[in-house]
Design a protein around this ligand. Structure first.
Ligand code: DGT
Ligand code: CA
Ligand code: CA
Ligand code: ZN
Length: 586
């Protein structure tokens, strides 16, 4: 694996996953492997670039990064290499790590393919593998047959579709840095982010920024002093596009304040929203552009978006709705749910060690509750992963859950919880491939309720996966389906599911779908949220936080809910505790 000094979070997460896989191939200690996997997951969740945190001496704020890893990162950011990592990778073909980016290919398969097929070069490994599979030559490798050739060809086509887009949280953070720079100039009257970032789309291609200024040339010259710029890719009278050192593109427009409203509207998009708007305008004999609205030869300028929409006979349309999903033709726009409506979080991991095979949270009940308090919450659903089923008997699992329940009960009545935040005794329970739950009946009985979710066998066919999920969800204690599609942005496609069936089941049986706010999940995705809302299926916006700090990340989930047209009444955790308890039968 090649490393370099300027690795961004995405590359770093990839590096730690590769390290974990290398250790797995070399059959090293399981706990070291899990530790590296946890670092990767935690880097993916971090909204701030690790390199920035390192520069500020704040690496220890990232959960999972202890003294050792911090020292390795120090070496990496200073020299571009880490001796210890080179040692871990020694003797393994580089191509195997490229092959692992193909959906469906794990470390062992990748190692076998790379060595047996002598795929030495990382850059050509995937196309060469594809050719061999198409030519039917893979089946010469022991353990591979016609079906696995087909699976690999399918996986490679998904690999090619994987777009290299920024996660919303990373894009927000990058835009913040650029806006902070711009706002230091006296020439800049106003500056804000536009495009998909302003619409809060789950992933962002490039960053668009608008600047209101009386001196476009001067403001553009000032912008170009931003230290992260690698090169200018396009420059006009009122715009400049640049490529940053991290490989990301930024488009900035500089317009006078009296036409700022139409500028912002135009470059917020989306393209399809603007196309619909233009059609509407055309019927009224008007034409639209970033400069304003033209009737014949006369151009009317707009300082604000409100006035721009009003001139077309429309109410102001919130940016999250501008996706051409009916927002222009609808009689009434929804009153979208807001961050302030949220009264609690129903999916948070604590540091109570119940010997799970997934990752623990980093913080104690007390610290989680302190943070919840600062957010103005009334309740907190502590939903640790279920105890591992591989090395415990049912009896042991039940005993572990009982001990945890006692701990939470005690906390709720203790002086430590003076904050009057109700801690709910939940678990995030795996739905096993056959649909059964990973916790025995008597264990489930001990809970306030369970969130159920998929953490393995992600590639089942549609019918099997749908049935699996509905079987898991049908248990009376299962109230919320967590991260329903199990997708990971840029890494794993959603599970194949029959959504009509799932929505109908949820409606009939009062099951709730989670909108998971983790930056790399944002799951349920917005388009499915819209369908759920149209049908009246209830939602819960949760963080899945693994540290107290991450509770603040709920804003991303609220954004997804808004993009799906959700109002406060569609989201159960906008309810005060008494009402929540009533609808969930607590
Ligand atoms: P992205 O960057 O792929 O996540 O998506 P957007 O929506 O930010 O798209 P982008 O950056 O290509 O353009 C920003 C907005 O500018 C887009 O939402 C619609 C608007 N726009 C208006 N006219 C045009 C045009 O002629 N070309 C493009 N590409 N965008 C336009
Ligand atoms: Ca963009
Ligand atoms: Ca753009
Ligand atoms: Zn989960």
């Amino acid at each position: 694996m090649k490393t370099h000094r300027h690795m961004d979070n995405r590359e770093l997460a990839g590096l730690f996953r590769a390290l974990a896989s290398a250790l797995e191939i070399k059959k090293k200690n399981r706990f070291r492997i899990i530790a590296y996997q946890n670092v990767a997951a935690s880097i993916e969740k971090s909204p701030q670039e690790l390199k920035d945190l390192w520069r500020e001496g704040k690496l220890d704020q990232v959960p999972g990064i202890g003294k050792n890893i911090a020292a390795h990162l120090d070496e990496l950011f200073q020299t571009g290499r880490v001796k210890h990592f080179d040692q871990i990778f020694r003797g393994l073909p580089e191509a195997m790590f490229k092959l692992m980016e193909v959906p469906g290919i794990g470390p062992k398969t990748a190692y076998k393919l790379a060595t047996k097929l002598k795929l030495n070069q990382a850059s050509t490994a995937v196309p060469r593998l594809k050719r061999l599979a198409q030519e039917g030559k893979l089946r010469r490798v022991e353990g591979f047959g016609e079906q696995s050739e087909k699976d690999i060809i399918q996986g490679i086509s998904e690999f090619h579709q994987k777009e290299d887009r920024m996660l919303l949280s990373a894009a927000s953070h990058l835009a913040r840095k650029i806006l902070d720079h711009l706002q230091k100039s006296p020439l800049v009257i106003k500056a804000e982010h536009l495009g998909s970032l302003r619409r809060q789309k789950d992933t962002v291609g490039d960053i668009d920024i608008a600047v209101a200024t009386k001196n476009p040339q001067g403001a553009a010259a000032y912008f170009l002093k931003f230290p992260e710029i690698k090169k200018i890719t396009d420059q006009g009278e009122k715009k400049v596009s640049v490529l940053l050192k991290n490989g990301r593109q930024v488009d900035v427009r500089f317009h006078p304040p009296d036409e700022y409203g139409s500028l912002v509207q135009h470059f917020t998009g989306s393209k399809s929203h603007n196309v619909k708007l233009r059609e509407l305008a055309l019927k009224k004999g008007l034409s639209l552009s970033e400069y304003g609205i033209k009737k014949g030869k006369s151009l009317k300028k707009f300082a604000s978006e409100e006035k721009f929409y009003a001139a077309l006979g429309l109410k102001y349309i919130p940016p999250e709705l501008r996706e051409d999903r009916g927002e222009i033709t609808t009689k009434v726009l929804p009153k979208l749910v807001e961050l302030d409506d949220i009264k609690g979080d129903l999916h948070v991991h604590s540091d109570i060690d119940i010997q799970t095979s997934h990752d623990l949270g980093a913080d104690s009940l007390k610290n989680l509750v302190l943070k919840a308090r600062s957010l103005g919450y009334q309740y907190l659903g502590v939903a640790d992963h279920n105890p591992a089923t591989t090395n415990h008997t049912s009896k042991q699992i039940i005993a572990i859950i009982k001990a945890r329940k006692d701990k939470i009960d005690k906390f709720n009545t203790s002086h430590e919880n003076k904050m009057k935040i109700k801690v709910l005794n939940l678990l995030e329970v795996d739905i096993k491939p056959d649909g059964s739950l990973a916790v025995p009946e008597q264990g489930l009985d001990l809970l306030d309720f369970a969130l159920v979710s998929i953490h393995s066998s992600f590639r089942q066919p549609l019918k099997t996966a749908t049935q699996r999920l509905l079987t898991g969800l049908s248990h009376p204690k299962a109230k919320i389906l967590a991260h329903p599609t199990a997708r990971m942005l840029n890494r794993r496609p959603p599970v194949n599911l029959d959504w009509d069936k799932i929505f109908a089941f949820c409606l009939k049986n009062h099951k709730v779908l989670e909108i998971n706010s983790s930056p790399e999940r944002l799951d349920l995705p917005d388009s499915l949220v819209k369908r759920a809302v149209d049908l009246g299926v209830k939602l819960a916006v949760n963080t899945d936080a693994h540290a107290a700090d991450q509770l603040g990340g709920i804003a991303s989930g609220v954004a997804v809910a808004r993009r799906g047209w959700a109002e406060a009444r569609d989201v159960i955790n906008t309810l005060p505790y008494a009402k929540l308890a009533a609808i969930l039968n607590l």
